[in-house]
Ligand binder design. Sequence first.
Ligand SMILES: C[S@@+](CC[C@H](N)C(=O)[O-])C[C@H]1O[C@@H](n2cnc3c(N)ncnc32)[C@H](O)[C@@H]1O
Length: 374
Amino acid sequence: MAGIYIHIPYCRQACRYCDFHFVVSVWQKKELIPFLLRETEERKDYLEGEVIDTIYFGGGTPSVLEVKEIVSILNSIYRNYPVSQEVELSLEANPEDLKPEYLSDLRKAGVNRLSIGIQSFQDSDLELMHRIHNGEQATEAVKNAQLAGFDNISIDLIYGLPRQEKDFWQRNLDKALSLGIQHFSAYHLTYESGTVFDHWRKKGRIALIPEEDSLKQFKMLINTAKQQGFEHYEISNFALPGFRSKHNSSYWQQKKYLGIGPSAHSYNGVSRRWNFNNHKRYIDGMASAEDYFEIEILSLENIYNEHVMTSLRTSKGVSFLYLKTRFGNQGAEYFRTGIEKFVKSGHVSVDNDIYSLTEEGIFIADHIIEAVFR
Ligand SMILES: C[S@@+](CC[C@H](N)C(=O)[O-])C[C@H]1O[C@@H](n2cnc3c(N)ncnc32)[C@H](O)[C@@H]1O
């Protein structure tokens, strides 16, 4: 089984925190679509005939596409790849796009999972982030989706934002979980270089929140999610039983996937390939039959690093026995030496041969992962 990711790099407006690949000239999508179709067709052998069980439209904001544009991409996928009858077909969407008619057409097109970019239900946060929607539209978008028959809905939220009232995060969580959603992703704000937020931070206009506040918000997140029956299955991801994102989980399990569109990554077990992170260079490269991507053949070290990073980030953890079989005694012992001090400090727990992060460990995950990298 394998997955297909399609990157739609358009947004109606630039969020002040975001450094993903996007452009705000939405009209340019008309120019891109023929190239997406062409890449889908030209790379049909990449996954060597494996059955596709997940398709994911990410962005940018895929809901800027008309449903007929989404259908044209899907038709090209169905023509060129064996797609499972039970495919998980996800689309990232923004609240302002989720009107009843659009939603009902998405359902007819086969989309069966929505990931809605809500970020916050509070108008002051949304204004600060430079989002188009307000809190009321966010709630309405979820309700509209449910009325249209979507029963697998995820939302994205951001915490650790500057200038918030004390209980804002608890209120956001309570609001989110009162809506009957099946999944949510919650990310701590990061100040990515080149973004407006980063610029404002350097000028002293906004500030990082104190670390103890970040930790408090993180604990609030995991406790509230647990109380409401959500499984914390990856650092930033929470799902009701049976509703984990199959597509994102396949990245964490090193399954093969094909990435279509500017900045999209692909992985076939041997190499990683990424298309240029610029839609014009992507289009020009394809149009002139020049390269529009880069490739890296993965060394055993790369594979080890990816394995320990993704496994530690998920509740599955790292199996010491698996490390021994896949990377030999030397690889496994390297891991054990690096992780030992975090076991002693209570940041990592060991159950049989499985090493996983404790709640305290999750909060310093990047630091722990760095210590076991080769
Ligand atoms: C590429 S964005 C999805 C875009 C979606 N169309 C939207 O506008 O919300 C993926 C998610 O990453 C998160 N994200 C992006 N930049 C972030 C940052 N600097 N800090 C924290 N979360 C971020 C947001 O929650 C966002 O929904």
